[in-house]
Design a protein around this ligand. Structure first.
Ligand code: SF4
Length: 481
């Protein structure tokens, strides 16, 4: 099915007419200043619009043009733009920006080829500056444009760069300048990255919905054939991620059960809002040591029973395992130990790992078993960026990988690899060296199932677009029958 792109874009433009305009467009309209558009675009990468707007306002108060930016130190710029994503790296680039602009007479150049020679300016930024600041034909392909054009099957591409090239060959020129701002606003409000709101989308009847699992309409009851969505996420501190909008994020996952690891909090340290998110019941298993480890569930489905730990005090004091029993299956939420610096906890981890197999095998005698969480191990070389450099490091030692082999040999299936054999599919990135921006990561978060559950698995995915932790969530769609 080929879509009518004119109809789709016009329909979307009118659907988002009352939605917030992306911040970079707003700055362009308000200032008509290419320098400010360029700087705001650099700041906006991996940052919420609201944060970009506030950081831009602070910075422009001190540096409304390249000459005044040149007078600011890198530390001062970093302080002004904090907390945009990767603010230290961006401060470095902005410090060098005036010097880069000098090559163009102190002005922002108008071509993509010239723009990408500036520090911190990639193709996406260059395209956006050309189209928004100079109103010249360019197609800025950010994550929303790439995603939505593939959902519509207007292109079939696996990277934003390929999408840009495909659109250059196919998209009528009249849409080039506006397509980014329309689809960003649409992607932020209706066709959201997780559980798009198809029920309120004017394109619902005509959209190919490639690879989409729409949110469930509020109030619709499940029948026996309904699929369930589970999301697992190492949040690296529930209180930290609360400050980054977790409570608003949770309904957007549209998950029936959300499994969290490394919550680093005991129930009495949680806010009332976190404990009682509307529509969900939460269960918490925390470590005895404050601010350490811990797992939790938010569930829309009432479990038959809840099991805390695995019945071994050596491990249960660290709050690492929480299990929900449902009618036909168990869902086990696990935060596997990290082997630690110099592998000081490798033995502990391997003992824990063996116990986990025993625990799951016991449950398996009664019902299907789904295990999810941060396994703290990349199984195969394809599951991390630099396998050769990491064979002696926690998470990729021969011992940990051998345990994962034995786990698979015991009948457990890594659901993600049923559907996706591609490299560079990661779920964890170091906070250092801009690792996430460069996709230098590891796949250490999994949904695994036993043989009885495998035939009921409908899809498995990594939710790369979800920010807030050094891990991103992973998802499983399951039909319990
Ligand atoms: S129908 Fe759903 S998937 Fe298609 S454009 Fe609308 S929100 Fe996106």
């Amino acid at each position: 099915m080929t879509i009518d792109i004119d109809f789709f874009l016009i329909t979307v433009a009118s659907a988002i007419a009352d939605k917030q305009v992306p911040v970079v467009d707003l700055i362009a309209v308000q200032t008509r200043d290419p320098f400010k558009v360029l700087v705001a675009t650099i700041l906006s990468a991996r940052t919420k619009d609201e944060t970009t707007a506030q950081a831009s306002t602070r910075l422009f108060r001190h540096a409304p043009d390249a000459a005044s930016l040149a007078l600011l130190s890198e530390e001062k710029i970093a302080a002004l733009i904090y907390p945009v994503g990767f603010y230290k790296t961006k401060a470095k680039h902005l410090t060098r920006l005036p010097e880069g602009l000098n090559r163009f007479g102190g002005r922002v150049p108008e071509t993509i080829e010239e723009l990408i020679t500036l520090p911190g300016v990639g193709r996406k930024t260059a395209n956006l500056v050309v189209s928004v600041a100079f109103q010249k034909p360019a197609i800025c392909v950010d994550t929303h444009v790439h995603r939505i054009m593939n959902i519509w099957r207007y292109v079939e591409t696996d990277t934003p760069l390929k999408t840009e090239m495909a659109l250059r060959a196919k998209l009528p020129a009249k849409h080039w300048i506006g397509v980014n701002s329309i689809l960003v606003a649409f992607g932020q409000s209706i066709c959201r990255p997780v559980a798009p709101h198809c029920d309120i989308c004017p394109l619902e009847k005509k959209c190919p919905q490639q690879g989409v699992r729409p949110r469930k309409r509020p109030g619709v009851q499940m029948d026996n054939n309904s699929t369930l969505k589970f999301v697992s996420w190492n949040v690296n501190g529930i209180r930290a991620v609360e400050k980054k909008g977790f409570i608003n994020m949770l309904p957007d996952f549209d998950a029936d059960v959300v499994c969290l690891q490394e919550t680093k909090a005991q129930p009495d340290q949680l806010s009332e809002e976190l404990r009682n998110i509307p529509g969900y019941t939460s269960y918490w298993h925390s470590a005895e040591r404050k601010g350490y480890s811990g797992v939790a569930f938010y569930t829309r489905i009432k479990p038959v029973t809840v099991h805390y730990g695995i019945g071994d005090p050596e491990f249960d004091c660290e709050g690492r395992v929480l299990t929900l029993e449902f009618a036909s299956y168990y869902l086990i939420n696990i935060y596997f130990p990290n082997s630690g610096e110099k592998l000081v906890r490798l033995d502990y981890k391997l003992r824990f790992n063996e116990k986990m197999i025993e625990f799951a095998k016991e449950l398996e005698k009664k019902k299907a078993v789904i295990l999810c969480g941060d396994f703290n191990v990349a199984h195969k070389e394809i599951d991390l960026k630099n396998p050769k450099n990491n064979v002696k490091n926690a998470g990729f030692t021969p011992e940990e990988r051998a345990w994962m082999d034995s786990f698979v040999a015991a009948g457990y299936v890594d659901t993600f690899r049923i559907f996706n054999q591609e490299p560079e599919q990661y779920t964890w990135w170091s906070y250092r060296f801009s690792a996430r921006a460069k996709n230098i990561g590891w796949r250490i978060d999994y949904f695994c199932v036993n043989e009885a559950a495998r035939k009921r698995v409908k899809s498995a995915a990594i939710l790369h677009d979800i920010l807030g932790s050094d891990h991103c969530p992973v998802e499983l769609v399951y039909q319990p029958g």
